[in-house]
Design a protein around this ligand. Structure first.
Ligand code: ADP
Ligand code: MG
Length: 275
């Protein structure tokens, strides 16, 4: 049983306050969806928990099983059982997926996984995620399609077996088939019952495959509403307008089918300040 506890979290980026008092508790076995308009601070929350140096915690606490996460380095956070699947996974030229995964597993587990069982483990997870075995020999994220990048994130999660996983817009840029495969991967990871999950998403469509226990709406750096899975259904029909999302058109969280390009997904009416 693990608990990630976030209390009164204030975070600034380049002297601009982005998170303005976030309280959230995620326990093993729980899936929390965080939804909200672009620029509301969802990724900032994810990066702050993971320990990205650009995000400065000005006040508040983050603990994992009572341990002070903010006092830990990024590596220590990973070893403690925190995992972040990034919204925009980065390329690692010259490092193959296979080597990357083994290094990550070694770092997190504290010892190199036994080669024979490891190879089998990776193969099984890859096949479950409908990934071609040759994928393991490609360089991390180099020339990966959107779907390949997200599958690779879920593959890492499956192999590293974190206590708490934060998935930042793992659904963005996926076609329906990839969305289903990725969601099934997430549900397999949840099935053990030990994983606590923070599923950050702008759109409700992934919540048709992954049913959250709790849904939170983030707006202007705060969680402004929390509820059950039915809150997502409500957002699907109403959009974020009443949360200051200036919604409509392509930004509607329920909007399905072809998603606009990643960087083009700024909602009309939501300035860079996210206020
Ligand atoms: P969301 O993930 O909800 O779309 P973000 O957390 O990415 O929102 O961004 C919230 C606000 O913080 C935005 O105004 C964004 O421009 C700003 N911000 C986030 N990261 C950075 C950064 N690295 N440098 C400057 N501004 C940033
Ligand atoms: Mg984001």
């Amino acid at each position: 049983m693990s608990v990630l506890e976030i209390t009164g979290l204030h975070v600034s980026v380049e002297d601009k306050e982005i998170l303005r008092g976030v309280d959230l508790t995620v326990r093993s076995g729980e899936t929390h969806a965080i939804m909200g308009p672009n620029g509301s601070g969802k990724s900032t929350l994810a990066y702050s928990v993971a320990g990205h140096p650009k995000y400065t915690v000005t006040s508040g606490r983050i603990t994992l099983d009572g341990e002070d996460v903010l006092a830990m380095t990024v590596d220590e956070r990973a070893r403690a059982g925190l995992f972040l699947a990034m919204q925009y996974p980065v390329e690692v030229p010259g490092v193959t997926v296979s080597n990357f995964l083994r290094s990550a597993a070694t770092a997190v587990r504290g010892e190199a996984p036994k080669l024979r069982t490891w190879v089998k483990e990776v193969r099984t997870e890859m096949s479950d995620l409908e990934m071609d075995p040759t994928f393991a020999e490609r360089n991390v994220n180099e020339g990966f399609s959107g779907g390949e990048k997200k599958r690779h994130e879920i593959l890492q999660m499956a192999l590293l077996k974190p206590k708490i996983a934060i998935l930042d817009e793992t659904d963005s840029g996926l076609d329906v088939d990839a969305l289903r495969t990725v969601s099934e991967g997430v549900n397999r990871a949840r099935a053990g019952g030990d994983l606590g999950m923070l599923l950050i998403t702008h759109y409700t469509r992934i919540l048709r495959y992954i049913t959250p226990d709790f849904v939170h709406v983030m707006s202007a750096g705060r969680i402004v509403e929390s509820g059950g899975a039915d809150l997502a259904a409500q957002l699907e029909s109403e959009g974020y307008t009443r949360f200051g999302g200036g919604d409509g058109g392509e930004g509607t969280p329920g909007a399905d089918g072809v998603e606009p390009a990643e960087h083009g997904r700024v909602l009309p009416g939501v300035g860079a300040g996210g206020a």
